[in-house]
Design a protein around this ligand. Structure first.
Ligand code: PRP
Length: 207
């Protein structure tokens, strides 16, 4: 399984804002959107292009666009904060949604919503979720996608725990991971350490 850590200086600076417990909800949402742009930028580095002739005000040349824009799938709630930024870079992309809440005791994902195209064969999919902790939520989401025929899935995660990366690797699911950091470990509550806390609560408030 391919795992890419985006450790650009600007990404590290934004990630530090997200980690800082003093960062308020509004600043957290802004930093998450900025960092999402950087992660998507790297995730699409090798995306195939289609070409078409165009005229600049000066001359004829060749223009480019993504040949096969990905389906974007934010995992609610926390992934919602990445959706607008990703869509801004790829306005032609379509979007599906998956809603999961992790059970606080078992740490297993509890599904409460899904809205996905019926068939995904031949379509790249970018799953947007700031946190890859145990990996249970991401694995559940990817299974929903592969059941619909997806074979090309990219997990865009701000932070990953080694345990979550291992979970995905062991699952054999067709996924690559783009993240800004692989942190040290999970704690007893399955929170990423040092992490940034709960990305849903830090954007939208605790529920
Ligand atoms: C968080 C996070 C992931 C999940 C990661 O969501 O946004 O979806 O936990 O944990 P895992 O890798 O152990 O499955 P949470 O359940 O807190 O819901 P929220 O986004 O609504 O806050």
């Amino acid at each position: 399984m391919d795992v890419q850590v985006v450790d650009h200086p600007l990404a590290k600076a934004r990630l530090s804002e997200l980690r800082d417990a003093r960062t308020d909800n509004a600043a957290f949402r802004a930093a998450l959107a900025d960092l999402t742009l950087m992660l998507i930028y790297e995730a699409t580095r090798d995306a195939p292009l289609a070409t078409a002739p165009l005229h600049t005000p000066v001359a004829r040349t060749v223009g480019y666009r993504l040949a096969n824009p990905p389906l974007l799938v934010p995992v609610l709630r926390a992934g919602l904060g990445m959706a607008d930024a990703a869509l801004g870079l790829m306005p032609e992309a379509q979007m599906g949604f998956v809603g999961l809440a992790r059970d606080e005791e078992t740490h297993r994902p509890v599904p409460y919503m899904e809205s996905l195209p019926a068939t995904l064969a031949g379509r790249p999919v970018f799953v947007l979720d700031p946190m890859l902790a145990t990996g249970g939520s991401m694995a559940h989401t990817i299974r929903l996608l592969t059941e619909r025929g997806a074979t090309d899935v990219t997990a865009i995660c701000v932070l990953a725990a080694p345990e979550g990366v291992a979970h995905l690797r062991d699952s054999g699911l067709p996924v690559r991971v783009i993240t800004a950091s692989i942190d040290e470990r999970l704690n007893d509550s399955a929170f990423i350490v040092p992490g940034l806390g709960d990305a849903g609560d830090r954007q939208f408030g605790a529920i």
